[in-house]
Design a protein around this ligand. Structure first.
Ligand SMILES: [Zn+2]
Length: 398
């Protein structure tokens, strides 16, 4: 089977119902595409107590440096109500000039195009002057515990080293060529609980209402701003995402009140310094927050969410220039180099090699009727192909 057609590749992948953590046949389908191209394919199963095992795939073509990694995931989010789809989510039907299906843009489409680009590169130029590998997880949309992080460690322990990585996540807001992601903000979440004394709303002097102290604590985190942003990053931003008292009675002063927050921070902070600043603000606000009028110093507890996401910024010119140049050559657009959006698996890859992200237009990701224009699949394949040529021409073995 020829795998130089990204549309056929994507149809085959969409027809595998690989909702996290199910493999759904997606990695086997990808393996069947890569073997005829000469890749050595390995399937790595990751385990964690209390969680389902997840299958992952690592494939390499070539043994020499420089070594380029393409990273992504074959798992998809659930389709939701299948009846709401105009085409069944795992049928990969084409209507007009669009291909419908769960994962079409996030991100089986990116994988389908990169496979096609590699196939065309080999047809035109022969084997690459170096190595290409696919690092593909089945656990990106889920807890991301049995996925990229473990797969990278497993490969590195076998001696794999990479010079650069391209992640094929959808990065473009409106048109193919709008945006390359060269970094991501960090993310820290937590939950703050203030304790008071429960009582009758009509006898407040016998109680301590924790809500009175909770609100200034929440306000202190939201204002003033943490910073003004940098040339590469927007300003760090904290959102209070929930305030919970859990009290159905209007005449009872509650014993406890809780709020949750999430901050997305730029590279003027680390996860540790941003946590220290949050504690400093909470302590200052608590010292100043009466529970009952006249009583000083609220008592609060903070529980951090388990794993912060670390901020990163890629400054590798060979990678960014090859990618940006390829986008401009194929589309005529000069892509914006951006650090916006949520976290991605690039946060794990950055510990191993420089990483940038470029894929399809993300507008329908995770939605009912996720779909991709056929023309975009062809253009992305050409961009990836041009990137391959440019990167291998420019890269020097490290
Ligand atoms: Zn994705």
């Amino acid at each position: 089977m020829s795998v130089s057609d990204p549309v056929a590749n994507l149809q085959a992948l969409i027809r595998c119902p690989s909702v996290t953590p199910a493999e759904g046949g997606a990695l086997s389908t990808l393996e069947a595409m890569l073997l005829p191209l000469g890749f050595t394919v390995e399937r790595m199963v990751a385990s964690e107590p209390g969680m389902p095992d997840v299958e992952n795939l690592y494939a390499r073509l070539g043994t020499e440096e420089p070594h380029l990694m393409f990273a992504g995931h074959t798992d998809v989010v659930p389709p939701g109500e299948e009846a709401s789809w105009s085409h069944p989510p795992f049928a990969a039907e084409i209507e007009g000039d669009e291909l419908f299906g769960r994962g079409a843009v996030d991100m089986k489409g990116g994988i389908a195009c990169f496979v096609a680009a590699v196939a065309r590169h080999i047809e035109t130029h022969g084997a690459p002057k170096g190595s290409i590998s696919f690092l593909i997880t089945g656990d990106e949309e889920g807890p991301s515990v049995n996925g990229t992080e473990k797969l990278l460690r497993w490969a590195a322990e076998k001696g794999e080293r990479w010079d650069a990585c391209l992640v094929g996540e959808p990065t473009n807001p409106d048109h193919l060529g709008d945006m390359i992601k060269i970094g991501r903000r960090g993310s820290v979440s937590g939950r703050v609980t203030v304790s008071g004394v429960q009582g009758h709303a009509a006898y407040p002097h016998l109680a301590d209402n924790p809500v009175r102290a909770l609100l200034p604590l929440a306000s202190a985190l939201m204002d003033p701003p943490f910073d003004a942003g940098t040339p590469e990053f927007p300003a760090s931003n904290l959102e209070v995402t929930s305030i919970d008292v859990g009290n159905p009675a209007t005449n009872v002063i509650p014993a406890r009140a809780t709020f949750a927050f999430n901050i997305r921070f730029n590279d003027t902070w680390t996860a540790d310094t941003v946590k220290a600043e949050i504690l400093r603000r909470l302590d200052a606000a608590a010292a100043d927050s009466p529970l009952r009028p006249g009583r000083k110093a609220a008592i609060y507890e903070i529980v951090w969410a388990e794993r912060p996401s670390h901020v990163f910024l890629t400054r590798n010119n060979g990678l960014i220039a090859s990618l940006s140049g390829a986008v401009e050559e194929v589309t005529g657009r000069v892509p914006q180099l951006s650090t916006t959006g949520g976290t991605s698996d690039a946060r794990f890859i950055k510990d191993y090699c420089p990483v940038a992200e470029f894929g399809l237009v993300g507008q329908t990701m995770h939605m009912v009727d996720e779909r991709v224009p056929l023309a975009d699949l062809e253009v992305l394949t050409q961009i990836y192909g041009t990137f391959l040529s440019r990167w291998f021409d420019n890269a020097l073995p490290s």
